[in-house]
Every structure is written in C-alpha cells, then in structure tokens.
Ligand binder design. Structure first.
Ligand code: NDP
Ligand code: HSE
Length: 401
C-alpha cells in the first residue's frame, strides 16, 4: 500500500480524492499498488464527507509521517505551496502538482531537490488541464529540436471568447459562468490578462529547451480589450480570435509571447472552442503534432494529477529525468518579431491609413465610422512607429501566419 496526502481540497484536490476512490480498481492496477489517501490538508471543514475523516490542519503531520510517500499539491499560489512542497521533497516524498505558478517560478529548483532525494516532482496538470503534454514533451519528443509550440493554454479565456462569439454574451457574464464552473483562477485577472497562459508557455518553453525561461520575460497581453465588433471583423475575414501562447525558435534564439491572435480556418487550433485547450508542437523531424482536450475543470485536471501519482508510485525510489535546468535561457526581444496586424481606426480616411502603413488590405464588416485593415508583415517596433503616425486607432490584433 502507498499512502498519499492531498494539500488543498478545492476544485482540483477534491477531484483527486474522487478519482482515487471511484476509479480505485483501475488506478491501483496501473500503479501496481493499492493507493490510500491518508491525509487531506485544507483550511475548511467537510461535514458529512469522507474527506473530514482524514482532514488535518498542520503540514507537519504530513511531512513528518514516514508512511506518506506521495504528496499532491492543489492549493494554488506560490506561498505557502513552495514551502510545503519543498519540505515534502526534502523529507523524501514525491510531489505531484497542478500549480503552474509554483512550477513556473520554482520548477527547476524543485526538480533538482527531488532528484537529490531520489524522488519525483511531477506537474502534468500544470499545463493544458487533462491533456498529456508535459510527459510527451519530456519523454517522447526527445529526438527533435522543438521549433515551435503554439497553444490555447487557458480554458477560461477560450470559454469566454467562444461564448462571446457564438452566443453574443458579454464578457463579465461569461467570466462569471467560467468561475462557477471551477475553471478560473482564484483571482481571474490571471486568466483574462494572460498571466496564467504566460506561466504555462514559460513552462513548455523551459521543457522544450532544457533551461529556465523566466515568465517575467514573456510578452503578455490578455483578452480584456476584445469586443463584439472585433468578432464581426474576424467573421468577415473567416478567422477566429484565440489567446495564444507561443514559443518560436528563430535564427538567433527563441521568442515567447502570449496575445490574442486571428487564426485562419486551416490552423489546427482554429476549431478549439470552449474550455478545451490545444497545443501545436512543431519538431524539426517529427513535424506537427497537435494535442487537444479539456484545459480546466475538476475531473480532467485531477485525471492528469492522478496519472502523475501513478507514475510516482511506479518509480518510488527512482527519479524520472525531466530535463529542465536552473540556468536561465535568455529570450529574444519580442518587439523585433514580425507579423501582420489587423487594425481598426476611427474615421474613413484611407489616405491617412496608407500614408502611415503603406499597402494594406481593407476589411469591410459594415461598421459605421471606422476602417478595418490588415497590414503587411512588419516588426512590433515598426508597427508602433507607424501607428504613432495615425490618430484614432481603436485596437489592433496580431494575425497568426
Ligand atoms: P481552489 O481554490 O478550488 O482550491 C484550493 C484549495 O486549497 C481550497 O480548498 C483552499 O481553501 C485550500 N487552501 C488554500 N491555501 C491553503 C493552505 N495554506 N492550507 C490548506 N489549504 C489551503 O483551487 P483549484 O482547485 O481550482 O486550483 C488548485 C490549483 O490547481 C491552482 O494552482 C490552480 O491554478 C491549479 N489548476 C486549476 C485548474 C482548475 O480547473 N480549477 C486546472 C489546472 C490547474 P480555501 O478555499 O479555504 O482558501
Ligand atoms: N484557470 C485555468 C484555466 C485553469 O482556465 O485554464 C487551468 O490551468
């Protein structure tokens, strides 16, 4: 028998509790041992639930119990999660977490500590919810140079964008729905301003390159400026608007960013809707691979954590190598990367548009007193210089090639 402790029994932690109990037979079979949840640490009470029987308040009860071999962390936030996880690893326990904030900030260090103690630090659920993406990147795509990772990495924002577009609902109503469904972060600013996707693409970029990409170096823009009128233009162009995390290998290094993009129907992520996430991985020999599935929510996320628990139990005294060193990987200046931009500007003066931007392609979505147009490909810097010459720009959205 292997004893497990769960830190944090909210949306995700309660899903782990549920799966280990309801899918007991299959999970025990896959693990090769019987799994028992010995403790749940939480601040709340769970009257009438079996969770109450194993509830503890003090992390030391777990850390100091030599019978606990695997700890699941699903509390969220950096502290006290970091302190708790580190002390569990130092005490010789494996840890499985869904906490991308923790992984993006301390992943490489926690991996080193786990390895020093012949234990595992696993974080499949930290990116893409239920989609297996960490393990494929780490264990399967080992023959390739990863040229690009492009992902819809946040379920809440994809849910919001989909509902705004398909049902004409307003931003705040859909955000509230996403919160009620358990998709959003405790502070949903992390979702809608792109910080959550930023941490996730930093994790994927670190794994793809074996060194630490600092999430604070990632250009990040959320979806709060996207309106129903932008969707009318997108519709006219036959494109969809998605919040994309991107990590792209260019001649001099990698460019990492998060921003809303206009996707053409041929793009593999064009149809990825609702809470579903999608990740396109481009390897130099394997070509394109696409991973699609539930990006948030109780059971899909808990499924990914339990898969890590099974892995940890299968490798109780052996460290599964995850190539991610603490050394920092410098990323290239996003302002130099090139792309086309879709721009909306007040008024109808095409001469002014063309004197600022040169050749453009206009998009007529039947909106009064404004022009919508697509620029030629240019750097972010060049776009800013040209935009400064044109009064009345309402918005701009990057066009995904
Ligand atoms: P919840 O807020 O639903 O659950 C967190 C739980 O941990 C709550 O019960 C909370 O109690 C408890 N908790 C917080 N701090 C402590 C503490 N110091 N000691 C003991 N218990 C504590 O969050 P989620 O389950 O949604 O998310 C958990 C983690 O998983 C986060 O890192 C999140 O980003 C990540 N994640 C979430 C997904 C989702 O779909 N929800 C998907 C993928 C990852 P209280 O409520 O009293 O604060
Ligand atoms: N808030 C996150 C999302 C949870 O919506 O994608 C999954 O990481």
């Amino acid at each position: 028998m292997v004893n497990i402790a769960i830190l944090g029994c909210g949306t995700v932690g309660s899903g782990v509790f549920e799966i280990i109990n309801t899918n007991q037979e299959i999970v025990n079979f896959k693990a090769g041992k019987e799994l028992k949840i010995k403790y749940v640490l939480d601040l709340r009470d769970f009257p009438g639930s079996p969770i109450q029987d194993v509830l503890v308040r003090d992390i030391n009860t777990i850390v100091e119990d030599p019978e606990v071999e695997v700890v699941v962390e699903a509390m969220g936030g950096v502290e006290p999660a970091y302190t708790y996880v580190k002390s569990a690893l130092l005490a010789g326990k494996s840890v499985c977490t869904s906490n991308k904030e923790l992984v993006a900030k301390h992943g490489a260090e926690l991996l080193r500590i786990a390895a020093e103690h012949n234990r595992n630090f696993l974080f499949e659920a930290s990116v893409g919810g239920g989609i297996p993406i960490i393990r494929p990147l780490n264990q399967h795509l080992t023959a390739d140079k990863i040229c690009e990772i492009t992902g819809i990495l946040n379920g809440t924002t994809n849910y919001i964008l989909t509902k705004m577009y398909k049902e004409g609902l307003d931003f705040n109503t859909v955000l509230k729905e996403a919160q009620d469904l358990g998709y959003a972060e405790k502070d949903p600013t992390a979702d809608i301003e792109g910080f959550d996707a930023c941490r996730k693409i930093a994790i994927l970029a670190s794994l793809a390159n074996g060194k630490s990409v600092d999430f604070e170096d990632v250009y990040t823009e959320g979806i709060t400026k996207i309106t129903d009128i932008d969707f009318k233009y997108a519709d006219k162009m036959g494109r969809s608007i998605k919040l994309l995390g991107k990590c792209k290998l260019e001649d001099d290094g990698i460019v990492v960013s998060v921003s809303p993009r206009l996707l053409a129907p041929e793009h593999p992520l064009f149809h990825v809707s609702g809470v579903v996430n999608g990740v396109l991985v481009r390897g130099n020999v394997v070509g394109d691979l696409v991973f699609i599935g539930s990006g948030a929510g109780k059971l899909p996320t808990a499924s990914a954590i339990v898969s890590d628990v099974v892995d940890a139990v299968r490798h109780l005294n052996v460290t599964t190598t995850i190539q991610w060193e603490e050394e920092k990987l410098e990323v290239l200046d996003f302002s130099k990367s090139k792309k086309q931009f879709f721009v909306r500007v007040l008024g109808q003066d095409k001469n002014k548009v063309e004197s600022a931007f040169g050749n453009v392609t206009y998009v007529d979505a039947g909106i009064q007193n404004e022009l919508g147009f697509i620029t030629e490909s240019m750097s972010e810097n060049s776009y800013e210089e040209k935009a400064a010459k044109l009064d009345g720009i309402i918005t701009r959205i990057r066009v995904e090639a």
